[in-house]
Design a protein around this ligand. Structure first.
Ligand code: FMN
Length: 451
């Protein structure tokens, strides 16, 4: 008994140490008004990391391009009701990957050429890689673990299942659906951002998950985050422990999802240990390409990512609210063309104002809802709320606002804020539900500093 108590005390102590390490990283890598977080301070173009992973020697399975985009308008990116389920064919998986993580354009300037993608990425560095684990052919029991190459718009087959594993997976998935796993290459971000790279990789993973969830939704598919798996399990499923990584260029397993028919409420939320272990005995083919000739070691990134490594846990189910979507919306537009035309805002004219309804509709889209993309992946509790500098929204006073994505946070946040904030609540219309007015004024300078 004493031994057990000591064991529990040790585990709790280790957890506390790890949490403190992550908090220390967070504090250390914040930008301050008079001091930036540590970074190289210049761009070492000679060693700019290749934004595209390839596995040399792996079989390339080209995916069809130029297929008709799924129907569905802007609202169908979020809502699920109208999107008809499409079968899990390679053709549809191709659409899913193209409309989420695929290339959207090539640009060139002064002799340099670079790709844009459906997802945004900090510095356009794209640290996120994706893998699918799927049945490739019903007729001859083929299937395997494949890397998705956006550059080729192809799958690189890294490991083929034997028939026994194929049948077990098929049986476990209820015969329909596939897995998608995400990883990060920290070096792609630390090359430019130094110590902050770990933060940016996490944010990019968020963008990739949302993009996949939206594209899947248009095909009538839902993604469920397999939140019981450890990072180690995800690495085993993707063959990372059996890959010869170049130092500083290894990929870190981030998350695994099961993609299924959205109406299937009993889709698996876990992968049994024996199936995970079976992946450990597959042969993984292909050498990862070299991304840079030389590297710089940012030790703190290794330290924080080890401290934040996820262990195996019980399956957790998360429920969100059922807010209705606002009636008044932007004019209807085909969802796929919204995705293809997505671009980051670069310049504002400092004059044009955003109508209040559009501003509120944007806030509304950040609310986690049950049975609506992208927040019903089952990631966890809502923990991020928005502090907003409103400069030019017609119909809304200029000033500082808080948008609470989870209203039960009000007491705690209010206690931690300045006493003179107003905390005047929005007018109750959809989108203004969690919106609080804190302080009147022109905060353009403060906003620019915070950005
Ligand atoms: C996590 C994250 C942080 C970003 N930070 C900035 C930023 O500070 N300033 C900026 O101009 N763009 C920022 N961007 C936008 C990227 O520069 C942009 O996504 C990338 O260059 C690709 O361009 P596109 O989004 O138009 O495809 C950020 C994007 C992400 C995902």
């Amino acid at each position: 008994m004493v031994g057990y108590e000591q064991f529990i005390r040790r585990i709790l102590r280790e957890m506390k140490d790890k949490t403190q390490l992550v908090v220390r990283y967070h504090e250390r890598t914040k930008h301050h008004p008079n001091r930036y977080a540590r970074s190289p301070g210049f761009l070492d173009w000679e060693n700019e990391p290749d934004p595209f992973r390839r596995y040399e020697g792996a079989t390339v399975l080209p995916l069809p391009l130029g297929e008709e985009d799924p129907d569905g308008d802007y609202r169908d990116l979020y809502e699920r009701g109208k999107n008809q389920f499409q079968p899990f064919t390679l053709r549809n998986i191709s659409k899913f990957l193209e409309l989420s993580l695929g290339l959207s354009a090539w640009k060139s300037y002064g002799g340099a050429k670079w790709a844009l993608r459906m997802t945004p990425s900090s510095g356009n560095l794209h640290p996120t890689e994706a893998y699918v684990i799927l049945v490739l052919s019903e007729s001859n029991h083929r299937g395997g673990v494949c890397h998705y190459s956006p550059f080729l718009h192809a799958l690189e087959l890294r490991a083929a299942f034997d028939e026994r594993l194929w049948l077990r997976i098929k049986d476990y998935c209820g015969g329909s659906g596939f897995f998608i796993g995400l990883s990060s290459v920290y070096w792609r971000e630390s090359w430019k951002y130094g110590e902050r790279a770990y933060r940016y990789c996490n944010q990019d993973i968020g963008h990739a998950m949302a993009a996949l969830s939206f594209a899947g939704n248009l095909l009538g598919w839902k993604m469920t985050y397999l939140n019981s798996l450890s990072d180690q399990d995800v690495g085993t499923l993707l063959g990372f422990q059996k890959t010869d990584w170049i130092r500083y260029e290894s990929e870190r397993p981030e998350a695994m999802f099961f993609v299924h028919d959205y109406s299937e409420i009993n889709a698996p939320a876990d992968v049994p240990r024996e199936i995970v272990d079976s992946f450990g005995s597959l042969s993984y083919i292909g050498e990862p390409n070299s991304l840079s000739n030389d590297h710089r070691d940012w030790e703190v990134i290794e330290e924080v990512s080890s401290a934040a490594e996820k262990e195996r846990s019980q399956v957790a189910k998360y429920r969100y609210r059922e807010y209705p979507f606002p009636e008044e919306e932007v004019p209807s537009k085909q969802a796929a063309s919204v995705i293809r035309q997505r671009r980051s805002a670069l310049a504002f004219d400092a004059r044009t104002a955003l109508p209040k309804e559009n501003f509120l509709a944007m806030l509304d889209k950040t609310l986690p809802r049950d049975n609506a993309a992208p927040f019903d992946l089952g990631l966890g509790e809502t923990s991020v709320d928005l502090l907003i500098f409103v400069h030019r929204v017609s119909g809304l006073e200029q000033g500082l606002y808080f948008f609470l994505r989870e209203e039960s946070h009000l007491g705690e946040i209010r206690r931690r804020c300045r006493q003179d904030f107003l905390w005047e609540k929005g007018d109750g219309k959809s989108g203004s539900v969690g919106l609080y007015f804190l302080k009147r004024g022109d905060f353009q300078n403060e906003g620019a500093k915070a950005g």
